[in-house]
Design a protein around this ligand. Structure first.
Ligand code: NOJ
Length: 737
């Protein structure tokens, strides 16, 4: 677990907060709780006036450094108390240098790289005057229909907790007051990823035990990592929207976790309370939100409009307001904003520098997951190729490869797959490019003839398919997660040319790609890889690098299996190979009792297409000699688990060794497996290495039937391997005394 970092001079900061608070008018206090959206390119005169009057304490979406500096100058010099502004921006996966989408970053299973990526993005953003990002998003996402799965670290609590904490360390650097540190924001607290039906903003019904065991751990880790701010989710959580939910924001976040930063609403999520039907009007919404513990209001203005009246009517305790203001001022002081109001871009390393592009390339390379590689068709050997067909709507699209959150990215920086392939193979190999479809959603076959001709004349074809960036992200959910448009037919048509077919998929979510597997010799899942998509993909296609990404989310066969995730409960009648009879194999008039009763679908079985943690390499790894010590111990004694990983193939490669645990009997039923640790290791051909993990009491504790967190004595299974289907197992037992 990441431990809290005490901010330097906490006492002095509190003293300054109290001195400021003592001088503030009601309007100035409410101003500190007001986050104003500014349209790009526009700086309304009334915003200047509001900042001068101390009525706007924070802005979002201003990234022009001259404008930021002007606003900060007004705040620091022309306002009565000289309180600088928070300048917020969605710096989600890079800033100018666009990195892979968070789901892709998660596929790299590399916290160090995630931290470096966030550090790089923080420095680029800080050079524009941004001092606060609305990231990381650490919602648990188990429904690929949900468009925001792209912005998540996937389905697993442990992976999201580790990567979220890494991102926070990257954004906030060695201390909030250091130059280049920007405040991070753990969002969206909590449960947003479980939106009903994968429809964005949908209702969230999660029993408290699952909220605590599954959805909250990444947020707890964020608080422990010292994240400066939290964002309340849009979601209606169990009937009380998160932005007015005192159980979430007061009991858990402040009471149990002792979170000292501030909580911001989501965009209009306070006025949304009226739409939810929780309160009758905006005034009641303001009352509900502040009472629940939302310190700052994003975009809507119920605090500004209604807190004065609510205070006058004594419906709100003024101490509530003061505490919210304290929380905001404390973060501003921790950031050292009073000491550095002007931003000099020259004081920062250059944006989109060679070093930043190299980092973007490394992260993209490690995020690529090889799903299928029949007959070792990959890697391609440029020296043995004469011609290559590069086909598809995403082969040469500098914009789409950037992904869902790239508002500050510049497609001109992008290096596309087509460009990189041409550079890699050189003039000796003929590369024929056919876009074939205008977009991934094209339903005509007009471009197919040319694509098939190119494929017929080439040694192999590489197809770049998937989804445009607009098809995932906020409010971009899909009910079908098939490859859109005519892409499946394009793969079929190209395969008929009789040459090897390699499919690279760029997408913001897992897609149901089973139908292409029969026609594609190799499938590489690339997510939206960012500016350096091209070189990263080319390095894998041509074997400069061996693929090492692993799935951070389960891939279903068909959308009807969703939600489908590895850490599910056993059920009383778990499915297995023996229980399953496919719909096509059921004889007519089979009696109702003629099939085995098991938790499965007659038409889709029970297994995913690809399990969590899965990913191929150009080499092979074996796992052996698992050992647990001690095998029997009292609760609280750390358990060490080790195994030997060997590279038994012909090339060097990275492997992500994963540790899973099952707690066999619990006061509430426990998942069939839970990830508790992972290590990315590099092995040369023939090399072996022992991977060792420690399981602490904290790793094995969970919220049980009485909703307290404890380790329950009993038997455990533990596996180490290359995916959540690892079969190398050992057992241990924990006793009460
Ligand atoms: C709404 C999104 O839900 C949130 O994640 C984002 O940070 C804000 N808009 C600000 O753009």
């Amino acid at each position: 677990m990441v431990t809290a970092r005490a901010e330097p001079g906490a006492g002095a900061i509190d003293g300054r907060v109290e001195r400021l608070l003592g001088q503030m008018t009601l309007a100035e206090k409410i101003g500190q709780l007001t986050l104003v959206h500014v349209e790009p390119g526009e700086l309304p005169g009334d915003l200047r006036a509001a900042v001068r009057a101390g009525k706007a304490g924070a802005v979002l979406d201003v990234v022009d450094v001259a404008t930021v500096n002007e606003l900060q100058r007004i705040a620091a010099h022309d306002s009565r108390l000289g309180i600088p502004l928070l300048v917020g921006r969605d710096v989600i996966h890079g800033f100018k240098t666009v990195l892979p989408i968070p789901l892709g970053q998660a596929a790299a299973w590399n916290p160090d790289l995630v931290q470096q990526g966030a550090r790089m993005a923080a420095l680029e953003a800080a050079a524009s005057g941004v001092n606060w990002t609305f990231a990381p998003m650490i919602d648990i996402a188990r429904d690929p229909r949900w468009g925001r799965i792209a912005e998540s670290f996937g389905e697993d609590s442990h992976l999201a907790a580790v990567l979220g904490a890494a991102a926070i360390r990257g954004f906030q650097g060695d201390g909030l007051s250091r130059p280049g540190a920007i405040a991070a924001c753990a969002k969206h607290f909590v449960g947003y990823g479980a939106s009903e039906g994968g429809r964005d903003y949908g209702y969230v019904g999660i029993p408290e035990v699952d909220l605590r065991n599954v959805h909250m751990p990444p947020f707890r880790a964020a608080a422990d990592a010292g994240v400066a701010t939290f964002m309340a989710a849009f979601s209606d959580v169990n009937g009380v929207p998160a932005s007015a939910n005192p159980f979430l924001l007061r009991t858990v976040l402040r009471g149990e976790w002792k979170f000292p930063g501030f909580v911001v609403s989501d965009w209009d999520s306070i006025v949304d309370m009226v739409v939810h039907g929780l309160v009758a009007n905006d005034e009641e919404a303001a009352l509900a939100a502040l009472s629940a513990g939302v310190d700052m209001e994003m975009v809507s203005t119920t605090y500004r409009d209604h807190l004065p009246g609510l205070l006058a009517a004594k419906r709100i305790d003024p101490r509530l307001l003061d505490n919210a203001v304290r929380n905001v001022l404390r973060v501003k002081l921790q950031l050292g904003l009073f000491e550095r109001t002007a931003t000099d871009p020259a004081a920062y390393p250059g944006v989109a520098s060679a070093a930043n592009l190299a980092l973007a390339r490394e992260l993209a390379t490690q995020s690529l997951v090889l799903l299928q590689n029949r007959n070792g068709v990959l890697p391609l050997a440029p020296q043995r190729l004469h011609s290559l067909a590069v086909i598809g709507p995403l082969a040469d699209d500098a914009y789409e490869q950037l992904g869902t959150w790239a508002p500050d990215g510049d497609p001109a920086l992008s290096r596309t797959p087509l460009q990189a392939i041409r550079e890699t193979v050189g003039a000796r190999v003929t590369v024929r490019h056919v876009r074939a479809m205008a977009t991934t959603r094209t339903v005509t076959t007009a471009g197919f003839t040319e694509a098939v001709a190119a494929a017929s004349g080439a040694d192999a074809s590489v197809l770049f398919l998937g989804e445009e960036s607009i098809l995932s992200g906020e409010s971009h959910s899909r009910a079908s997660i098939d490859l859109p448009g005519n892409q499946l037919d394009l793969v079929r048509a190209v395969k008929r040319a009789g040459k090897p077919v390699i499919v690279v998929i760029l997408a913001g979510r897992p897609l149901t790609i089973e139908p292409i597997l029969a026609h594609a010799d190799a499938v590489l899942y690339a997510w939206h890889p960012g500016v350096m998509a091209g070189p990263a993909i080319a390095d894998i296609l041509f074997g400069v690098e061996s693929p090492s990404g692993k799935l951070p989310v389960t891939f279903p066969r068909v959308v009807g299996q969703v939600p489908l995730y590895y850490a599910h409960r056993s059920t009383g009648k778990p499915a297995s190979q023996a229980s399953f009879l496919h719909i096509d194999d059921i004889a007519a008039r089979t009696p109702q009792a003629g099939l085995k009763n098991a938790s499965q679908y007659l038409d889709a079985g029970y297994a995913p297409l690809y399990e969590f943690g899965y990913g191929l390499s150009y080499t092979s790894f074996t796992y052996a000699d698992i050992a647990v010590a001690p095998t029997r111990a009292r609760v609280g004694v750390p358990i060490s688990v080790r195994a030997v990983v060997r590279n038994v193939g012909q090339v060097a490669g990275d492997e992500v060794a994963q540790l899973y645990v099952r707690d066999l009997v619990g006061s509430v039923t426990r998942p069939v497996r839970e990830l508790k640790g992972f290590q990315r290791i590099h092995l040369e051909p023939g090399e072996s290495r022992e991977v060792a993990f420690q399981l602490s009491a904290d790793d094995l504790a969970f919220y049980g039937r009485d909703l307290t967190r404890a380790v329950e004595p009993g038997s455990f299974h533990v596996w180490i391997g290359g995916s959540s289907s690892a079969d190398l197992r050992a057992d241990f037992e924990l006793t009460a005394d």
